[in-house]
Design a protein around this ligand. Structure first.
Ligand code: CDP
Ligand code: MG
Length: 891
């Protein structure tokens, strides 16, 4: 047998943490219910309201009817009229049956944790329970909005739309707010937002006075913002409760609901730093059909080919049902989509059928027989299908089979192939929710976005490559790398679970059970342990949480990473220097820091903004930081530049450019040439002195052209990125105008190209924001004359960067890669691929370092120069690079 079935079909707990017994109801809290009939009081002593839904009516008539009193009867029930198809669909959601225990727990406790597997209805239904119980409207007992946070923008937008539809309310009442966009209005009752949005609201309104309840969704993902929010909110709740006890005007307690797709919530529930008494955990029983998990006997390294092979087999041999393939990135996904399209796309099948017909001159009877067989195939009963699913393994793994390839997997049913990944335009992302054309099989090829936040209907087969691409960050030196690594066991269980939503399913894991046992972690690492944290540290300081080290983190960050964050913030002028020379943890925020914290941006970018008004540079700075925050708008630059131009590998071609399945290689080559030409065009601004100016120039050109897809195609930039940059510019300009009227944003849609003076100021601003990310050409430090005549371009020239022990190199995608090697550059990021590369470069003048980077300089004793002036020699950074002497009075 080719596979080891780890779990038998009749043994459902493929994901033990999902199907475990529901936690017992919060017993000790319940006793409050029975105190005084009719006088329900919460733990805080406030009046309680029963949910006034149809369910509540039922309760009033039955079990709880004896407690029905004037106080519950006078309650303002919020009536809703849902569309009938929504009513029907709701009844199938497991969480709807749990409305009573959920609402009771919420009314009796200030913090409640709800666990329920993906698709059980948490995100769409819990806000509706609250709404119907009277939360959200201003005249209710619980005035203030229902806030729901999401780690992903896609989810915030689409869930707001879905809940608005279900409640039959306009988007002005069930609204969303994300970094680039918002539909909120004064009459908003339910507000979906990204966790970052709520975190920033806390900086200006620590009590969250506008809200009566906050739902933190997808807490199991352990995104950094979610973790921080839970920590901060544990304090806000306490504060609101105290104020309410003291009878402060109109202050009501705030409630917190933490929702998770797994039962692993001990970091929140049992963390005494967070909640003194453990909050009740309500577990929504899983309505999960059994999923049979098939491990591979071996773990193929080419999992992409293996995924195509597996999908083909499923498609040709197994009964109807959608297939969901998990891969690690956009390139792989595009490659697999193309291959499947070539084999089983509607067009491909039609052509093949035509070819077959003319070649073999098949008579009509034969075709009819074929069709009859096909129909029989599709109609086969479940038992036979189960046998087939098992049999899929039996002949799957032999090497002979590998050599035969998969073309023998013939079928006349076309595949409806849909890619899904974060960078895909939103309207394409929504494709997965639409039913496939009849007579086709839906095949979704996705990154791990389909793991928990989106539930795709009717998936019966999952193909799991067992890997995910993750941004890894070395806390010590800041080097980032995108690494494909093994997922956790919890993630693998989530992925498998996607096959059991509508019926029994199968999950084919493209790795062996031995590998799973020995190399998969139980759970994935919380984000706070993996990424730079200067942004959240600044947010906390702006909330006057100075001793960040004492903050109740669900999982505390590494001390090194905390120290590094405070050091960077001190260098940027955002924190007060506590003692001369060295940074002491716990510094408080400066005025500059406060101004910086108002922007939804990395502190380095906000630093550039707050000093950006000099010489009319502000519109350019706004454009630059918007573009850098959104991310590189250029298409697939790395693969193109890093020596892969002539690659024969189909998987490495440009997914956006070759929309049709098989574009000739020659076309791709020509396109690549065109790409480089357009790159040069972008570089024309500022004489190749900064990669950032290349981005500035494309943003300028985009605005000048009035946007549009054609512009993006012509210039090889991503339309979605360009649109987001456009929106973020407008948003940042608004923040500037409303918070810093003296700065006069001067937001001009099409500012003229910057002057030379402005370009110089912009480079200085960039240097100010990245003053600790400077690299010096190595021969200048060592005075070796290494450069000699060997190098006419920067390619291969070693540099030394502050705080990085290894040599670093200018990334081939940089505009500086083809120029004579500059002496000093600042860089935006450093990545490890084949070498350690610095990216996002700007040449700087060495003289700027001693004035912009004073905290990083030490100075020699004053020396007398020949003309009698008193001079000092600055040494920059811990490495002590010697800079040109400056006059002593300057320091
Ligand atoms: O949050 P959770 O994963 O528990 O479930 P949910 O997102 O509330 O989804 C509940 C149901 O609504 C699922 O069956 C989804 O497929 C469905 N849904 C939908 O049909 N359209 C949407 N835009 C969102 C959800
Ligand atoms: Mg959800």
């Amino acid at each position: 047998k080719g596979y080891v079935a780890s779990v038998e079909p009749d043994e459902p707990p493929i994901a033990p943490e999902l199907s475990a017994e529901p936690a017992p109801p919060p017993k000790k809290k319940r006793k409050t219910e029975s105190t005084q009939p009719g006088e329900m009081r919460g733990p805080l002593g406030e009046d309680l309201q029963l949910p006034s839904t149809s369910f509540a009516k039922h309760v009033q008539e039955t079990a709880l009817s004896s407690r029905e009193t004037a106080s519950t009867a006078k309650r303002k029930a919020v009536a809703v009229t849902r569309p009938s198809e929504v009513e029907a669909a709701r009844l199938l959601l497991p969480i709807v049956a749990e409305e009573q225990p959920i609402m009771e727990a919420i009314l009796l406790n200030s913090v409640v944790i709800i666990c329920g597997e993906t698709g059980s209805g948490k995100t769409t239904q819990v806000p509706q329970f609250l709404y119907e119980a009277g939360f959200g409207s201003l005249d209710s007992e619980n005035p203030g909005m229902i806030g729901v946070t999401q780690p992903r923008r896609v989810a915030a937008v689409s869930m707001a739309a879905r809940v608005a539809h279900e409640l039959n309310l306009p988007s002005s009442r069930v609204s969303y707010q994300i970094r680039y966009d918002a539909s909120v209005s004064p009459s908003t009752v339910i507000k979906f937002m990204t966790d970052g949005v709520l975190l920033r609201e806390l900086a200006t309104d620590f009590l969250l006075a506008k809200y009566s309840v906050i739902i933190i969704d997808e807490a199991h993902e352990r995104s950094m913002n979610t973790d921080i929010l839970i920590g901060v909110l544990s304090r806000v709740i306490k504060l609101r409760e105290d104020m309410w006890r003291e009878g402060k005007d109109g202050v009501k307690p705030l409630r917190l609901i933490i929702m998770s797709a797994t039962l692993r919530v001990s970091d929140f529930a049992e963390n005494k730093m967070l909640f003194k008494t453990a909050p009740p955990i309500i577990s929504v029983p899983a309505r999960q059909h059994p999923v049979t998990v098939h491990f591979s006997r071996r773990t193929p390294s080419d999992y992409v080919t293996e995924a195509v092979r597996k999908a083909s087999k499923i498609h040709a041999r197994l009964p109807p049902g959608g297939v969901l393939i998990f891969l690690t990135g956009q390139n792989e996904i595009a490659g697999v989509c193309r291959k499947l399209e070539l084999r089983y796309g509607k067009k491909a099948l039609e052509e093949r059928r035509k070819a077959r017909r003319s070649a073999e001159d098949i008579d009509l009877g034969n075709v009819q027989k074929e069709q009859a067989e096909l129909a029989a195939d599709i109609d086969r009963d479940g038992a036979a299908a189960e046998e087939d699913a098992e049999a899929l393994d039996s002949d799957a793994d032999s090497d002979a089979d590998d050599e035969l390839g998969i073309d023998k997997e013939e079928t006349d049913v076309p595949m409806h192939i849909v890619p899904l990944y974060a960078l895909l335009p939103s309207e394409k992302q929504m494709q997965v929710f639409r039913p496939p054309p009849s007579g086709t099989r839906l095949v979704v090829v996705s990154t791990n976005v389909a793991e928990t936040s989106l539930t795709i209907p009717d998936i019966r087969y999952v193909v799991d490559c067992g890997r995910a691409k993750e941004r890894r960050y070395d806390v010590a030196n800041g080097i980032q790398a995108f690494q494909v690594s093994w997922i956790s066991k919890a993630s693998a269980a989530q992925r498998a679970g996607r096959a059991g939503r509508t019926g029994p399913g199968h999950c084919y894991r493209l790795y062996s059970s031995a590998l799973y046992e020995h190399y998969f972690d139980q759970f994935s690492k919380p984000e706070i342990l993996r990424v730079p944290i200067e942004g959240v540290v600044l947010q906390m300081k702006s909330m006057n949480i100075d001793a960040v080290i004492n903050f109740p983190f669900p999982t505390p960050p590494d001390r090194t990473s905390l120290r590094k964050a405070e050091t960077i913030l001190t260098h940027l002028g955002a924190l007060k220097v506590q003692s001369k020379g060295s940074v002491v943890l716990g510094g408080s925020i400066t005025e500059i820091g406060k101004a910086m914290s108002l922007f939804p941006l990395s502190p380095r970018y906000s630093r550039m903004l707050v000093s950006g008004r000099q010489h009319g540079c502000l519109p350019y700075v706004i454009a630059i930081v918007s573009a850098l925050s959104v991310g590189d708008p250029f298409l697939r630059e790395e693969a193109l530049v890093e020596g892969e131009e002539e690659s024969d590998d189909d998987d490495e071609s440009l997914p956006h450019l070759t929309t049709e399945a098989a574009k000739a290689k020659e076309t791709r080559r020509l396109r690549r040439r065109a790409f480089f030409q357009s790159q040069q065009l972008h570089a024309s601004l500022g004489d190749s002195i900064s990669d950032i100016f290349r981005i500035l120039s494309v943003v300028g050109a985009y605005e000048y052209a009035g946007g549009g897809h054609k512009f993006c195609t012509d210039h090889f930039v991503r339309p979605k990125a360009m649109e987001e940059i456009h929106k973020l510019r407008a948003q940042i300009s608004n923040i500037v105008q409303s918070n810093f009227p003296e700065m006069d944003a001067g937001f001009v849609a099409n500012p003229p190209p910057p002057t030379n003076l402005q370009l110089k100021v912009l480079r200085q601003l960039i240097a100010a924001g990245f003053i600790d990310q400077v690299a010096i050409r190595k021969d200048l430090v060592q005075r070796t004359g290494l450069l000699g005549e060997k190098y006419t371009t920067s390619k291969g020239v070693p540099y030394q960067a502050l705080g990085i022990a290894e040599d670093v190199f200018i990334h081939p995608s940089s505009v500086l890669a083809n120029t004579p090697p500059p002496d000093y550059v600042v860089f935006l990021e450093v990545v490890r691929t084949s070498r350690v590369y610095i990216k996002g470069l700007t040449t700087i003048n060495v003289a700027w370092l001693s004035s912009l980077g004073k905290p990083l300089c030490s100075f020699s004793k004053p020396l007398k120069s020949k003309d009698g002036r008193s001079m000092v020699i600055p040494h920059f950074g811990p490495a002590g690079w010697e800079l040109p002497p400056i006059e002593a009075k300057c320091q």
